[in-house]
Write a protein that binds this ligand. Structure first.
Ligand SMILES: *Cc1c(COP(=O)(O)O)cnc(C)c1O
Length: 461
């Protein structure tokens, strides 16, 4: 193949928008361990899961054998408003780093919610509407998921109730206003609206809240209100499935120019963008067709893959959700305040956890001052203000590109640029003022929360 000049933005046409999502679980020999009922420790059935989630989404959650799911036409119509998303060849960053490596960024920040979360939000709202529900409940940490969901619910005319982690609500009042503008109601969590919220407030008065706690409140609200279900923006296999649109587009765009990635890097909160980005590539690895270096990047302040334990755990602080086997820091783990709100979850998607356990995926933990320094380098070179979450991936991509400068290797590096950082300017201010610090949990703190893992030795499956 003659070498074609690769454009700054590799754009696919609307017609090249994927028609199917890819479920890499179908190609896994070691399937992720089943979700367990928190009371009986038996695998969750479709019927039980459908009490909490929309039925079709519960079906997707439990399906680890069907490789492809058709994307309903209504969802594809919505995707057309902001997809296919650009794949950027970061020429200016390469130049700034003086690296022979080629860096590609899959940019998911080009929609009002500012992140990839809209890809799954619209799918979940669609299935809720199909089921004839009145509305959905959810939690949001940094606010990206709540914003995405409120956009999706406005599109399908569904009621949207968001429990927002209290500290984020205070730090990011503008996020709350976007959600309300799209018609959602936003409650700071923990709140006095739910039994679980009241219990948490009693135990930890003055707490700034956590994602796990907001999840518990949202679940309680869904199961105690007729016509409502709970939806979640990360961690679940259904979310990873919807996010596969990111990886499928990335591969289609790279294929156009005959580019084969060597390294694929994504930040990992609950694992959805990373799982989506790597989906078609890890599929090839699972089928023994190709090999790639896949890297998950997490904050040192919340290191579920690099320092967590692979075990069954609660997905939420209130212990009402099913148990998932995953790399976890313990559901009671309260990460130190870190500016990458989307990466503060205590666990990791069960399918990514299994891939990591089986050696398909590697992980690195990075410190937030280094992350913001990478964000600054990126921003000045490429003109995009990245989200702090995305900047974790940028940091490791820069490290790898600099390594290529040492070795002279022309590696192709693909990174998931999951969103923009316009609502993270308080964090940028701290960095610019030199006031940012790195908070690393002690072994004792981790041991303490890991000692609370549920005992599932009686589990029967
Ligand atoms: C939520 C979020 C993440 C982390 O969530 P994953 O499920 O791990 O993808 C990363 N980046 C941005 C911009 C986010 O909003």
């Amino acid at each position: 193949m003659t070498k074609q000049k690769i454009p700054y933005q590799i754009r696919l046409t609307e017609d090249e928008l994927p028609t199917r999502w890819y479920n890499f679980r179908a190609d896994m020999k070691n399937k992720p361990a089943p979700l367990l009922d928190p009371q009986t420790h038996r695998p969750m059935t479709l019927e039980a899961l459908s009490q909490v989630f929309c039925t079709e989404l519960a079906r997707q959650e439990l399906d680890d054998t069907t490789p492809y799911f058709d994307i309903p036409e209504e969802i594809r119509q919505f995707y057309r408003m902001y997809r296919p998303s650009p794949l950027i060849r970061a020429y200016r960053l390469e130049q700034a780093l003086q690296t022979p490596a080629h860096i590609y960024c899959k940019f998911e920040g080009n929609n009002t919610s500012g992140s990839h979360k809209l890809n799954s939000a619209i799918a979940q709202a669609y299935y809720a509407k199909q089921q004839g529900l009145r509305g959905v409940t959810t939690e949001t940490g940094a606010g990206q998921w709540g914003t995405a969901l409120s956009m999706a619910c406005a599109y399908f005319d569904l009621d949207c109730r968001v429990f927002m982690v209290k500290v984020s609500c205070e730090q990011k009042p503008f996020r709350r206003e976007i959600m309300r503008t799209f018609g959602a109601s936003v409650t700071p969590s923990p709140s006095t609206e739910t039994a679980v919220g009241r219990a948490i407030l009693e135990r930890f008065p003055g707490t700034g809240g956590s994602l796990g706690c907001a999840i518990s409140e949202a679940v309680e609200t869904a199961v105690t209100n007729e016509g409502y279900r709970y939806v979640l923006g990360s961690v679940l296999s259904q979310v990873v499935l919807h996010q596969s649109v990111i990886g499928l587009e990335t591969r289609a765009a790279l294929d156009k120019y005959g580019v084969r990635p060597d390294i694929i890097i994504g930040c990992a909160g609950g694992g959805s963008n990373l799982g989506g980005l790597i989906a078609p590539f890890v599929g090839e690895m699972l089928r023994g067709e190709a090999n790639y270096q896949l890297i998950a990047v997490e904050p040192v302040s919340c290191p579920s893959l690099t320092r967590g334990r692979y075990a069954y755990d609660f997905c939420d602080t209130g212990k009402v959700c099913p148990l998932a086997k995953m790399y976890t820091l313990g559901s009671g783990f309260m990460p130190a305040p870190n500016h990458a709100g989307g990466l503060r979850y205590h666990g990791m998607s069960s399918s990514l956890s299994q891939l990591y356990h089986d050696g398909y995926l590697t992980a690195r933990a990075v410190e937030q001052t280094a992350v913001f320094a990478a964000a600054e380098t990126f921003c000045r070179a490429e003109g995009i203000l990245p989200a702090p979450e995305s900047s974790h991936a940028i940091k490791v991509a820069i490290d790898e590109a600099l390594r290529c400068r040492e070795t002279g290797e022309e590696k192709n590096i693909v990174l998931g640029l999951t969103g923009t950082g316009y609502f993270d300017l308080t964090a940028y201010a701290r960095f610019n003022n030199g006031e940012m610090s790195d908070l690393i949990p002690t072994d004792e703190a981790l041991e303490e929360s890991l000692s609370q893992l549920p005992d599932v030795s009686d589990a029967a499956f």
